[in-house]
Ligand binder design. Structure first.
Ligand code: PRX
Length: 652
């Protein structure tokens, strides 16, 4: 909301040879809207189909099924077809480990490795439709395992390697995975991440897991339990193996990726094969316009949707060359990323506002001695990029010579929804706006009653028509799918964000409208945090709010009431923080813990979230007359004053 009233300067960035005429975007957008089936059928020629589809779209709200009857395999799209072309010796991935180790994989290497990994998975007993949990650091094996799963029709369930044992166990149990693929460890800021140890803890809570296949990466001695553990390498055949790719229905699931929503438990977002892959690849072309020779670097961890779609599937489907980096951006020093851009001659760089804010805070001197002149296009994702950060990114990273592609989308959408298309449109960018919708995307701003809002008015963003990258379902919970996305505004996909469309038709994404917090661009639900917190024996009640943070965007503020006879103390605070970190992971670390006697509640017992937020953020309660529960203004003000007083007195 902060940007809505800001008078933003218009940018006319140099066009180089990136932009196509605006008219081309408008024509394409119009056609996608009026003749979606013909439009998407034309786009779908980007992929090689084993069997053509019979129906472009089967729209049976709220379920959309794209390219029904069509058959293809995602690993063939990403690997085989390039291997069988002149691209076989083209570099697919330049990998750099945190320690400085490097690996270069051509499309031929990828082909051989993916086949070998697929053969190993089969030997391990994995078959079509099985869920495979993957808990790996950012090493090439992560990509190889994903593609190997795709090759044999197994559904990968990648878990970000920063999540805790409990978080892994929840996701493994929900997805009913019988196998977990992990590594001995990984490197982060010079230390070894004990991934195998974390998996060992998780496995104590996952009765359905039969095997843990371990990739040897870090050299240290990781515990090995012969009952369940196997070395992945023992299942790999050194002689050349070929595994015939499963010809999958376009509508068959490709992967599950868990994300936080408004409930206490993360939801398994299920994505399909044909529609998802096409949408990821097409949107990458439209938004970033990569050239055959471009070097692409998406810094997101593959454990998040950005890494799935634009770190793995889209660039490989397009036969591009990507950079993949394992470690921390500031290790061993604040210029690590800039050195990587320089070293590999990166042309298109896609990262998050949180990362840019961190660099901004540490000063541009870290960029001064680096040559970033190969950069042509810059991207941003995960949260709104504030205009000051946009300007800094543009000036110090892009030398005021690169368009900034601010991409708004979600785990559920599979690919970009609103973003500038350097590939197809030429119009001024506005810092802080994700600009216009992608072809085929029909967003609207709705008021709380579901009526369309006028330009300039803030409301809820909803999408009117299905698109090929749309999630298939919530794994194992069609009710949750229906309720989360389709019940708030019947007939529309409700994204859960506030938004505003300005007079020029530009979209401004203004943050979550639900109880989801974005910490460093990572999605965490307050319910999930609260649920984990009350799991601590000494906690009676917990409530979570966020406050603005200069680097992370939002930071977690935890309000807790303790059980009888438990005295708040500095030690207890540390203990509660540790509890959240072990229940969820480091992303769940609260910035502040505030001990209170009671939480602010309405007469019907609902937590007054606005009061929490007002105290957490320090911005005050503001206009309380619009509160829509039955609580009187006096009660809210009183609750606010009480909570504020408790917060100032809390144990530090
Ligand atoms: O609130 C929006 C924010 O991130 C949410 C989706 O989070 P996740 O599923 O983790 O996916 C992140 C990567 C696609 C959205 O509901 N968000 C994402 N990109 C932007 C954004 N908010 C503003 N501007 C963006 N460019």
């Amino acid at each position: 909301m902060a940007f809505a009233s800001k008078d933003v300067t218009k940018h006319n960035l140099p066009t180089r040879n990136y932009f196509w005429p605006l008219k081309r975007y408008q024509d394409m957008y119009q056609r996608a809207l009026t003749e979606p089936k013909a439009f998407w059928a034309e786009q779908a020629t980007l992929l090689d189909w084993d069997k053509p589809w019979q129906k472009v779209l089967d729209w049976n709200p709220p379920y959309a099924r794209w390219f029904v009857g069509g058959r293809l395999n995602a690993s063939t799209q990403c690997v085989d077809r390039h291997f069988k072309s002149w691209r076989k010796n083209k570099v697919a991935i330049y990998w750099e480990g945190e320690t400085g180790a490097t690996r270069t994989l051509s499309y031929a290497d990828l082909y051989h490795e993916v086949n070998a990994y697929a053969a190993a998975l089969k030997k391990l007993g994995v078959g079509k439709g099985d869920r495979v949990t993957v808990y790996l650091p950012m090493i090439p094996e992560l990509v190889l395992v994903m593609l190997a799963c795709a090759r044999i029709g197994a559904i990968h369930n990648v878990i970000f390697a920063g999540f805790s044992a409990q978080a892994i166990a929840d996701r493994v149990n929900d997805s009913q995975s019988k196998i977990i693929i992990t590594s001995t460890g990984g490197y982060r800021r010079g230390k070894i991440l004990q991934l195998k140890e974390i998996v060992d803890e998780a496995v104590k809570m996952t009765p359905g897991v039969e095997k843990v296949a371990v990739v040897k990466y870090t050299g240290h001695d990781a515990a090995f339990n012969p009952e369940k553990d196997v070395w992945f390498a023992d299942y790999m055949d050194s002689s050349c193996s070929y595994v015939k790719p499963e010809s999958m229905e376009a509508t068959d699931p490709l992967f599950i990726l868990y994300t936080s929503g408004t409930t206490g438990k993360p939801k398994g977002i299920l994505h399909g094969t044909g529609g998802y892959l096409l949408y990821a690849a097409k949107t990458m072309q439209w938004a970033f316009n990569p050239k055959e020779e471009s070097i692409w670097w998406c810094t997101a961890d593959v454990g998040w949707i950005t890494g799935h779609s634009y770190g793995v599937y889209a660039p490989l489907a397009l036969g591009l060359t990507s950079v993949m980096y394992e470690g921390a951006p500031d290790y061993p020093a604040m210029d690590r990323w800039w050195r990587i851009i320089e070293k590999y001659g990166v042309n298109i760089f896609y990262t998050s506002p949180t990362a840019i804010r961190m660099f901004m805070r540490n000063g541009e001197e870290w960029l001064a001695n680096r040559d970033l002149s190969t950069l042509q296009v810059l991207g941003s994702v995960g949260e709104a990029i504030n205009p000051e950060v946009w300007e800094w990114y543009c000036k110090y990273v892009g030398y005021e010579n690169c368009p900034i592609v601010d991409t708004w989308w979600q785990t559920e959408t599979g690919g970009f929804m609103i973003a500038p298309c350097v590939g197809i449109q030429s119009y001024p960018l506005k810092p802080g706006s994700a600009t216009l919708p992608m072809p085929g995307i029909d967003p609207v701003v709705l008021d709380p009653d579901g009526n369309e809002s006028a330009p300039g008015k803030t409301g809820f963003i909803a999408i009117r028509k299905p698109w090929p990258g749309m999630l298939l379902d919530v794994y194992g919970s069609p009710e949750l799918y229906q309720q989360t996305y389709w019940s708030r505004f019947p007939g529309y996909y409700a994204a859960g964000d506030y938004s505003m469309k300005d007079q020029d038709g530009y979209w401004w994404l203004l943050g979550r409208a639900d109880e989801v917090i974005k910490v460093s661009g990572h999605r965490i639900s307050t319910a999930e945090l609260e649920h984990a917190m009350v799991g601590h024996a000494m906690v009676a009640e917990a409530a979570v709010a966020s406050k603005p943070d200069d680097v992370k965007g939002e930071a977690i503020v935890l309000f807790v009431t303790m059980r009888k006879d438990v005295e708040p103390s500095g030690e207890l605070k540390k203990e509660l923080i540790k509890h959240l970190r072990t229940s969820i992971g480091a992303v769940a670390t609260p910035e502040e813990v505030i001990f209170v006697e009671k939480l602010p509640k309405t007469r019907s017992g609902k937590i007054m979230r606005r009061v929490l937020k007002a105290v957490a953020s320090g911005i005050g309660i503001g206009d309380v007359t619009t509160l829509d529960d039955q609580t009187s203004v006096e009660e809210v003000v009183q609750a606010y004053e009480e909570l504020k007083a408790a917060a100032t007195k809390t144990v530090r």
